[in-house]
Design a protein around this ligand. Structure first.
Ligand SMILES: [Zn+2]
Length: 364
């Protein structure tokens, strides 16, 4: 994602002040130590251009460090204010990264399928690209069981990120072979998720135009770990997290009060458990799955620790959202399977969540 700065000096100021804030939050820097820092070095003076990310960051950081220095805010407060700043920065990028929407080309035709829908995640698609017999197996199962394999725009967002053009084309070809270019997409006219037939190149060109925005959304998602540290201290306890990790029907087992705080980040009366049942519009399903998936992150439920999988978790959410419209959700990612079962059963949607090895056991 593009980070704008008008010159190297301001970039250095925003970076240095970021470092200082990091140290304050981790309590390795006390108020007395701040005296030793020459605040003049990180202060933004006449060079403030009102037009770049680094300028706004540097000004915000300087004021925050100053508030800490004069005792207006403690290190926990510094952490929370910085976190809130990150959220607004990324939200802004997510909204403004959308570019000129009037140039978006949509050329699709709604499709009604009388066959059960079978959603495959990105990893299954990757396997079908890498191994021809997996692709053949999927196609055979589609025929034998009279089901319809579908992907969604989220697959195209991941395909778009493949920089090697030859490899990108392999993914497009596999998607086309499996789905016949019939994919789940949001429909803004009636706020539903629907099946559309659309040429893959058109879907991909639309994804390209919104790519900056998608990246910001992914980064927003990854702030959740920090949220836990700052706001849900209770769940930093490893034993408690282990206990939760072994539980089933997690959301139902939470008290109403705990549910509101953890899932909706609000105190009761906020959204209640009942508000998560029987949802039909794309926006309400999307919000619900975001809330629930984030809550699972906050308690570290079946969470992968590697950076690669953390980064892909924003796509996991998107896959869960589109998958909610299907009869089968196929993934080989064990953690995602556990999460899918928790989320779908709480939402009350009857979806079979299976690994690829069990796909041939599908009974219609
Ligand atoms: Zn500037």
């Amino acid at each position: 994602m593009l980070y704008k700065y008008h010159n190297a000096i301001i970039l250095e100021k925003s970076r240095r002040s970021d470092e200082i804030i990091k140290k304050i939050v981790s309590e390795s820097l006390k108020v007395e130590d701040v005296q030793d820092i020459s605040l003049m070095d990180i202060r933004v003076g006449g060079e403030f251009c009102e037009n770049c990310d680094a300028c706004f960051d540097a000004v915000f950081n300087f004021n925050l460090i100053l508030s800490f220095y004069v005792g207006d805010v403690d290190c926990v407060g510094v952490g929370r204010q910085k976190q809130a700043w990150r959220y607004s920065f990324l939200t802004d990028k997510a909204v403004h990264g959308l570019g000129d929407l009037s140039a978006l080309r949509i050329d699709r035709e709604p499709i009604l399928s009388d066959k059960p829908l079978c959603y495959i995640d990105q990893n299954i698609l990757t396997q079908a690209v890498n191994k021809k017999d997996i692709l053949s197996l999927l196609l055979k199962i589609q025929d034998d069981h009279d089901i319809k394999i579908v992907c969604s725009v989220s697959h195209f967002e991941e395909i778009y990120k493949i920089s090697d053009l030859e490899s990108r084309q392999d993914f497009i070809d596999a998607t086309v072979a499996l789905t016949g270019e019939i994919n789940l997409q949001p429909c803004s006219e009636d706020d539903r998720i629907k099946l559309f037939f659309e040429n893959a190149s058109i879907t991909l060109s639309r994804v390209e135009m919104t790519s900056n925005s998608s990246e910001a959304v992914e980064m927003l998602k990854n702030l959740k770990d920090e949220d836990r540290r700052l706001y849900f201290e209770k769940y930093n306890n490893l034993d408690l997290r282990k206990k939760i990790g072994q539980a089933e029907k997690i959301f139902e087992s939470l008290s109403d009060d705990e549910f509101s705080r953890l899932v909706c980040m609000s105190s009761p009366p906020g959204p209640r458990k009942i508000d998560f049942k029987g949802l039909t519009s794309h926006s309400s399903i999307r919000d619900a799955i975001y809330f629930l998936h984030n809550a699972l992150d906050l308690i570290s439920y079946k969470q992968d620790k590697s950076t690669r999988t953390q980064r892909s978790s924003a796509h996991d959410i998107e896959h869960l959202i589109y998958g909610s419209q299907c009869n089968y959700f196929i993934t080989n990612d064990t953690n995602l399977r556990f999460r899918a079962v928790e989320i779908y059963s709480f939402l009350g949607v009857p979806i079979h969540v299976l690994p690829l090895s069990e796909i041939s056991s599908i009974k219609i």
